[in-house]
Design a protein around this ligand. Structure first.
Ligand SMILES: [Zn+2]
Length: 498
């Protein structure tokens, strides 16, 4: 039986299929752009992408569609799936309708230029070059917030774009708790000296083909279905789905410090598994995506950190690593475990460990919030950044490239995105707490590389629901509680300090 029986919802889904098809094509084009496209294809590809985006937008904004959504909103007795469809479509429609065309165009134009300038500024280590663009991006985001509407803080409207229902006040509470507690945990880890801040293996070079064989074998063990998924190479690893039965990840090979490639692969596997385990009845509907960026990140972090960086997993995959990377014979499994879990104050977010990572997000959140409310000037960001790094981690960037200019997000116009990384870290630890109640011998299963039950648990609690629920409602539905940072802090204390 179909999940969607309501007449209006059925019509809505029928209409939506063409929008879905456009999204499907866009995904495939984006994937191709990052993995296979000859370099000169970029100009025509950009035109095609812009036209497809405009076409999808036109279809969304057609009176016929808006009427159907409005009508569906008034229907009574919808089941949770039908209500989910209406919620998701109503939300996108609201966003499309709130933002005037000139603003959307200006956004596209400014971010297109800003990305290029940001790259130059980063290379030349010249913040002044990027400053006017960041200024514009903040201004456009502030305008967007006004058009989108908010109750308490303009930043609410921006956060909501990436994490439905998540407010500045929630972020404040989350980061305030983390700031004091994480400082304490980090200090104690350094005092205890059990986990090293550096490891010899970070310098060791590897053969890329050999590393690829490690990654492929690990994916097989984790249960990556090759008839529905694949792995390729790109500069910045990502996961993209054409649909529930066609999910693609990428990884990278720097040629040294093999854990980067390994954990990138496991991270993206976590994203991919989410997409692959959505209820197959949601095919070609708006429910086929995940609940939010934060919930998505919880899945990648769960596999990368909670499973991947555990002692049990390290010991279990040690023979596989040894088989392909022979330099590893000089190290015991315990040494490899310590290499996987070095903890140190570092300047670059993407290289941060699971203890210090959230300091980097906290810093970005504070800056974004102040920029949007107007209490910090764009010209003062570098100084604020450096002082805050000093107070959080006791280190100061020597140049802009390893400080304020390191991330691409702002140049793309994304303000309000960063907090979803921390939400992911927190929720991954929260899920760990709950899965340990359901599967008390979780880590024995990990040690014997048996992941069926773990995949099944995640499917039942998170994946299969797609975007039926808002993120907070999903947590309440599946775990009976709200997001709680205490689980993450407990996890770190247990792992690093007990
Ligand atoms: Zn991710």
């Amino acid at each position: 039986m179909s999940l969607f029986e309501d007449e209006v919802v059925k019509k809505l889904l029928e209409y939506y299929r063409i929008i879905w098809a456009i999204n499907h094509a866009q995904s495939l084009l984006s994937w191709d752009t990052e993995t296979n496209m000859p370099i000169k294809g970029v100009e025509e590809r950009s035109i095609a992408m812009a036209e497809l985006a405009a076409l999808a937008q036109r279809l969304m904004l057609k009176e016929e569609f808006a009427k159907l959504v409005e009508e569906a909103e008034k229907r009574e007795g919808l089941n949770i799936y039908e209500a989910g469809v209406v919620r998701v479509l109503n939300r996108s429609l609201k966003i499309y309708r709130s933002l005037p065309e000139w603003l959307v165009k200006e956004f596209a134009k400014v971010s297109e230029e800003a990305k290029v300038v940001w790259r130059q500024a980063k290379e030349k280590d010249d913040y002044k070059l990027f400053e006017p663009y960041l200024d514009k991006i903040i201004d456009l985001n502030r305008k967007a917030a006004d058009f989108l509407g908010y109750e308490e803080h303009p930043y609410d409207a921006l956060l909501d774009l990436y994490e439905e229902g998540f407010r500045t006040r929630d972020a404040d509470r989350m980061f305030n708790l983390l700031e004091s507690e994480l400082k304490d945990i980090f200090d104690k880890i350094r005092e205890a000296g059990k986990y090293p801040s550096k490891h010899q293996l970070e310098e060791v070079k590897y053969n890329k083909d050999a590393m690829k064989r490690v990654n492929e074998e690990i994916l097989n063990i984790l249960g990556y279905p090759r008839d529905r998924a694949r792995m390729d190479v790109s500069a910045h690893p990502f996961t993209i789905e054409m649909g529930i039965d066609d999910v693609r990840i990428t990884t990278r090979y720097e040629g040294f410090d093999f854990k980067r490639s390994l954990f990138s692969t496991i991270h993206e596997f976590g994203h991919a598994l989410y997409a692959l385990q959505v209820d197959p009845r949601f095919k070609a509907t708006p429910l086929a995506g995940g609940a939010s960026l934060g919930i998505h990140e919880s899945q990648s972090r769960f596999w990368e950190n909670i499973i991947g960086r555990s002692r049990e997993f390290t010991e279990a995959i040690y023979p596989i690593i040894k088989k392909h990377l022979d330099f590893i014979t000089a190290y015991t499994p315990e040494e490899v475990y310590l290499y996987f879990n070095t903890v140190r104050a570092s300047l670059i977010r993407t290289e941060a460990d699971e203890v210090t990572y959230n300091f980097h997000i906290l810093l970005r959140f504070k800056i974004e919030k102040m920029l949007i409310e107007g209490s910090l000037k764009v010209s003062d960001v570098p100084e604020y950044w450096n002082n805050m790094m000093d107070s959080l981690l006791g280190i100061k960037p020597k140049n802009y490239s390893e400080g304020v200019l390191q991330d691409i997000h702002w140049s793309m116009g994304n303000i309000g995105y960063f907090p979803t990384y921390t939400i992911g870290n927190i929720v991954s630890a929260q899920i760990r707490h709950h899965i340990l109640k359901a599967i008390p011998d979780l880590y024995e299963k990990v040690y014997s590389l048996k992941f069926d039950e773990i995949r099944e648990y995640l499917k039942e609690k998170v994946h299969k629901w797609g975007s039926v629920f808002k993120p907070a409602d999903l947590l309440k539905h599946s775990f009976g509680e709200e997001m709680d940072a205490k689980y993450f802090l407990d996890y770190l204390r247990e792992k690093y300090l007990s």
